[in-house]
Ligand binder design. Structure first.
Ligand code: SAM
Length: 223
């Protein structure tokens, strides 16, 4: 699966794409992150990407031309790579105005071959970009961040871990919070050694070795 990330700050993704489960998934070519510097498509010798809003008001907006060109560059590479069969692609703009991102969204995104993630900055992007180039707008929550890079990482992390073979034990995400297996509920409490710490004991049932009882206890603790 390929993520094409359009951003003014590609360096923010350095550690994200190198470390831990995501780093391994990329190394094993289960996922690919294609970072596209929007400024490369900026205007003039200063590579301008933003401007003041028509009608006045505070802040700057990301201009159309660099973004249309950046999207076009993705299409050109795709056509070269997949002349016979164009793959399933979803173009997403990350914005607090979008639909709330949930585990269900991540499960839906797994079925695409390619996902474009447009990271806004300033006051966001010119509406014509949203009208013409974007399939779906996603918010990671009801708060405003300075840019779409953290939301892009949230989306990629939650989708990549659902890809086949990415988690150590195949399919172990099936028993995570919000999974169908848990009826969309949150997971039960976990304990590890020692069995007693500063007078705090692990529930007896978990030490009993009775798997039917343990399963019953855990199901009862789903929230
Ligand atoms: N003026 C915009 C508004 O009021 O909706 C906020 C712009 S915000 C300062 C800059 C960029 O950060 C946005 O274009 C978006 O890409 C990203 N962003 C901020 N908060 C976000 C959130 N909760 N979910 C997804 N993206 C977000």
């Amino acid at each position: 699966m390929i993520f094409h990330v359009l951003t003014l700050f590609p360096e923010l993704f350095s550690d994200f794409q190198r470390e831990s489960i995501i780093g391994r998934a990329i190394e094993e070519k289960k996922a690919e992150i294609d970072l596209i510097q929007i400024r490369d498509f900026g205007l003039g010798k200063h590579r301008q990407v933003d401007d003041t809003p028509y009608g006045g008001g505070d802040g700057m907006l990301m201009r159309c031309e660099p973004l249309f060109e950046a999207f076009d560059s993705i299409e050109k590479t795709r056509k070269r790579g997949n002349e016979e069969k164009m793959k399933k692609i979803r173009r997403v703009y990350l914005t607090p105005q979008g639909r709330k991102f949930t585990q269900r969204t991540a499960e839906r995104f797994v079925h695409y071959d390619e996902i474009v993630l447009l990271c806004g900055r300033y006051e966001g992007v010119d509406q014509r970009v949203r009208d013409e180039l974007i399939d779906e707008e996603i918010s990671i929550g009801d708060y405003v961040l300075t840019g779409g890079e953290l939301p892009a990482m949230v989306v990629m992390d939650s989708v990549i871990r659902l890809l086949p073979g990415v988690l150590g034990k195949e399919g172990s995400h099936q028993f995570d919070s919000f999974s169908k297996e848990f009826g969309g509920k949150r997971e039960y409490p976990h304990y590890t050694k020692p069995a007693e710490f500063q007078g705090l004991k692990v529930p007896d049932v978990l030490l009993s070795g009775n798997h039917a009882e343990i399963e019953k206890w855990r199901r009862g603790k789903l929230r």
